[in-house]
Ligand binder design. Structure first.
Ligand code: SF4
Length: 301
């Protein structure tokens, strides 16, 4: 154990903190975390603990979600510049304008959105439950789906609902090209291809399954296949390799690295615990509305 890690673990005890790491975090950050997982799952797990402080090793909207679900805990983001370009592709004002263009249309927002945007929505969804959420909306009117056009297009293709897609996207998943997958399939004809639904439709069309990060982790663990081509951010390979030492895991593209996720380092985690910064909060008015959208999703699924 190195010096920084020792200091983090000692300070974590003193602060009564819980450390959360998203599946895309650096390996060494995942290794010191109490929980590793997807954004909503992590926030739900942290809410169940009696910790006083949550250190969220992820991006800003994830820390906001943790603050929404744990209003009595202090939520720290070790790097305030760790944002999500996709979440920032729509703000509350833009969404209000979009709603005016489609009066009465329900709004479904992917959890990868800011708290103020969630507060304008009827229901949230994750990449693993988007199809279920959209299907269960009894409404016959077209559904506004934000911010990820590709998760939205994938969801529309699996349901008989009409979705109005916002033109947001994840720049990291855009780095996975269809040629990457086609070439790797030729080299590894027995490999199962698992991609995230934030990928482009032509990439998803080449895959055996489009799954959330936790879905990919479960599938690799349970599948009888020995080889997998993984189409999502590279950080997930750390956990996959640890949990599946006998399996071959091939990244679909070595360029699929999210610089925002990777901006969190062990040194910044230590600094966050020392200085108790950066404190991420959500105002009670926004929180009340945004939590309603999250709860509606939980009721549906
Ligand atoms: S991987 Fe994409 S969706 Fe996730 S934080 Fe990075 S930019 Fe946002």
């Amino acid at each position: 154990m190195n010096n920084v890690t020792e200091k983090i673990l000692a300070l974590k005890e003193r602060r009564k903190a819980v450390i959360l790491a998203h599946n895309y975090q650096r390996g060494e950050v995942q290794d010191i975390a109490d929980f590793v997982g997807d954004s909503l799952g992590l926030s739900q797990q942290a809410a169940k603990t009696d910790a006083k402080v949550i250190v969220f090793c992820g991006v800003h909207f994830m820390a906001e979600t943790a603050a929404m679900l744990s209003p009595d805990k202090i939520v720290l983001l070790p790097d305030l510049n760790a944002g999500c370009p996709m979440a920032d592709m729509i703000n509350a004002e833009q969404l209000r304008e979009e709603k005016k263009k489609h009066p009465g249309s329900p709004v479904v927002c992917y959890v990868n959105s800011t708290a103020e945007v969630k507060a304008e929505c009827d229901v949230c969804c994750t990449s693993s439950n988007a199809i279920k959420v959209v299907e269960r909306l009894g409404d016959e009117r077209p559904i506004i789906f934000i911010p990820d056009q590709y998760l939205g297009a994938y969801t529309a293709s699996k349901t008989n609902k009409k979705l109005i897609l916002w033109p947001g996207y994840c720049p990291t998943h855009m780095k996975i090209g269809v040629d990457d997958i086609i070439n790797l399939k030729k080299e590894h004809p027995c490999a199962e291809v698992l991609v995230h639904p934030e990928c482009r439709p032509e990439v998803i069309a080449q895959a055996d399954y489009a799954l959330s990060t936790d879905g990919i982790i479960k599938r690799v663990g349970q599948s009888l296949s020995k080889e997998f081509i993984i189409g999502t951010e590279l950080g997930i390979l750390h956990r996959l390799k640890k949990e599946n030492p006998g399996k071959t895991l091939i990244p679909a593209s070595k360029r699929a690295v999210c610089p925002n996720m990777k901006s969190i380092t062990l040194e910044k985690v230590l600094w966050a615990l020392e200085r108790m910064e950066y404190h991420v909060t959500v105002s009670p008015e926004i929180r009340e509305k945004a939590v309603k959208a999250v709860n509606r999703m939980l009721e549906i699924v």
